[in-house]
Design a protein. Structure first.
Lengths: 430, 181
């Protein structure tokens, strides 16, 4: 029987098309739950339009994953990587695997995910739950309809770093498939930059993703000839634009000081409200927990001084969030390794728990990738680009203070800033 | 937050490799760190796992990016990839962790001396030979060479045997140098 093709409207990709088997996965309870998980947690309290959900983001990642797969298998293959491709009659299978892995990559996300990643029980991270859900009996009939092996889908969804069986279970082809979703040009990144940019109303996340995708190809790594996703030289500017977009979105949106303050309040609330301070890793409990339940609990706790997490809830609901006492400055970084930590430790002696330290350093930055030059040579992108190596990794460091003591703390900082930063840092035993 | 103590050890390794004229790509840092941990007994927290080309640490890969974001390391473009170098703020890191760096210096120098000038194709079988030994204690050299070839199927017998023998000799040298080995 011919499969139906269904179309879903999307503000980024115009139309997302799915067949009936894919639609059955979309209609599953674990995937439908993503309609109630915000993509950017409480960022909408800073950027009111940022109310989009992981549901439509995941659809977008699936759409792009299919497009990238088509480009990679259609492109003229470099002879050094030809042997890594499966036979032609297997490509349709792998196309479905990649699309479904991309679709399912966020299934394990808890409410207010990235803020609460450390709050999973049993040492879990959200990828563990993603694998559990994909493998669950309730999803089996959906995979059998294609048919697809659940573990092939799960490997694409979570990647080798978080794969429960260990990275050694990934073949070079498995790695290529998962790189479509998560690597330098991973479609997860492409979709969230475009989508977050649109909904937050910031221009920084936009770049020519059509051109970028069109120039993708599988190349032998210039380092060890392993098959990797690289680009033709003509796509280098689109690749530069992607990395710049990422840097600016981190600096302007994801690391926005008030957003980070709200993340701390969320963490405090969840730690107090969740049983044992942890999210359950049981699938049934996980599927029942969305942003709705957490937000309802926050609103119930805010006016009730006896409720667990009351103070944090109040700060969220009544916008009494932490204020910035200090945000790291370039001139301070020249004389202090972590100026925000030094300021925090000094402030803590005076203000105690009224101050909090927060920091972030970008842990993935893909500026070194393979480029196919017009003369057929495969070289590092850092050789071909004037810009990539100049794009720094995003980093932020804040000292927050409760609003009630902001003025007092700022006067203290003005009087003590130079003295604190001029003191040598003492090494402590680990 | 970033483990800057571990960062100090890694950047001191990068510094030592550079001083010996190493290409110091990520493979050198990854395998060098693995040798530091498993052969020279330096307590690094980044976990290693067996990946496509030998022992690899995803956490160490992230740490390198975090250190770059802090200008504690930098990347220098080369035709065949990029080399890691100490960054413009490395002196601040060294000043913050003098005891840590001093304690690991003998181990760092020992490992840097041995891996600095090796290429990627030499480093991978050596690191994997060490991995085989660490995960299969008590096996003799011949069996370890066989296990190594089971993991790295493109290795010929002679290369596998040499990798096992080299790692064994490094163990002996490490112990003679007073390292845990």
């Amino acid at each position: 029987m011919a499969k139906h093709v269904h179309e879903i409207r999307d503000p980024i990709h115009n139309f997302i098309t799915v067949d009936s088997d894919e639609r059955a996965v979309i209609d599953s309870p674990p995937f439908q739950r993503l309609r109630d998980i915000h993509q950017l947690a409480l960022t909408y309290l800073v950027y009111p339009g940022a109310t989009h959900r992981r549901f439509e983001h995941s659809l977008g990642v699936m759409e792009l994953a299919g497009r990238v797969f088509d480009v990679l298998v259609r492109a003229k293959r470099h002879r050094a990587v030809e042997d890594y491709f499966p036979p032609q009659d297997k490509l349709a299978y792998w196309r479905h695997v990649v699309r479904m892995g991309a679709l399912c990559h966020d299934l394990g996300h808890m409410p207010f995910s990235h803020a609460a990643e450390g709050l999973m029980a049993n040492g879990y991270h959200h990828e563990n739950l993603t694998v559990d859900i994909i493998r669950d009996e309730s999803m089996r009939s959906r995979w059998e309809a294609f048919p697809l092996r659940a573990d092939d889908v799960a490997k694409v969804a979570v990647g080798p770093a978080k794969w429960p069986g260990g990275a050694s279970e990934f073949s070079p082809w498995d790695k290529l498939m998962t790189d479509i979703v998560t690597d330098a040009f991973g479609v997860d990144r492409v979709d969230y930059l475009l989508r977050d940019s649109l909904h937050a109303g910031v221009a920084y996340g936009r770049f020519d993703h059509y051109r970028l995708i069109d120039t993708l190809c599988v190349l032998p790594s210039p380092v060890d000839e392993a098959p990797v996703i690289g680009i033709e030289a003509g796509g280098i500017h689109a690749a530069e634009a992607l990395q710049q977009a990422r840097y600016f979105m981190f600096s302007q949106l994801y690391l926005h000081r008030v957003r980070r303050a709200y993340d701390l309040h969320l963490l405090d609330f969840l730690s107090a409200w969740l049983p044992g301070g942890k999210y359950s890793t049981d699938i049934t409990a996980h599927l029942r927990m969305t942003d709705n339940e957490v937000l309802a609990a926050i609103h119930a706790a805010a006016p009730d001084s006896s409720a667990a997490g009351h103070e944090a809830a109040l700060r969220i609901v009544e916008r009494k969030h932490f204020r910035v006492l200090y945000s790291r400055r370039a001139e301070d970084l020249r004389m202090s390794l972590e100026p925000e930590r030094a300021i925090y430790e000094g402030a803590r002696e005076v203000f105690g728990d009224a101050v909090r330290l927060d920091g972030y350093r970008q842990e993935t930055q893909s500026i070194d990738f393979a480029v196919l030059r017009d003369d057929g040579a495969v070289v590092s992108s850092l050789q071909e680009s004037e810009i990539l190596n100049r794009i720094p990794g995003a980093a932020a460091g804040y000292v927050f203070v409760v609003p009630e003591r902001k003025e007092e703390a700022r006067r203290w900082l003005a009087a003590n800033h130079d003295v604190i930063l001029s003191q040598p840092r003492k090494e402590t035993e680990p | 937050m970033t483990n800057l103590r571990e960062g100090a050890i890694i950047v001191s390794l990068i510094d030592a490799l550079n001083q010996r004229g190493s290409f110091c790509g990520e493979t050198h840092v990854q395998k060098g760190a693995y040798f530091l941990r498993e052969l020279a007994g330096v307590p690094l927290e980044s976990p290693f796992t067996l990946y496509l080309y030998g022992p690899y640490s995803f956490r160490l890969h992230e740490l390198l990016n975090e250190l770059r974001a802090e200008e504690l390391v930098k990347l220098e473009p080369k035709p065949m990839g990029a080399s890691w170098r100490p960054g413009d703020r490395y002196s601040l890191l060294a000043q913050a962790f003098p005891t840590t760096i001093s304690k690991v210096r003998p181990a760092v120098e020992f490992i840097a001396e041995r891996v600095a000038k090796l290429g990627v194709l030499e480093l991978e079988p050596l690191a994997t030979a060490l991995y085989v030994e660490r995960t299969n204690p008590g096996l003799n050299a011949e069996t370890r060479a066989r296990e190594l070839r089971a993991i790295k199927t493109r290795l010929d017998e002679a290369t596998a045997k040499k990798a096992v023998e080299t790692v064994d000799s490094w163990h002996d040298q490490a112990r003679s140098a007073g390292l845990p080995g």
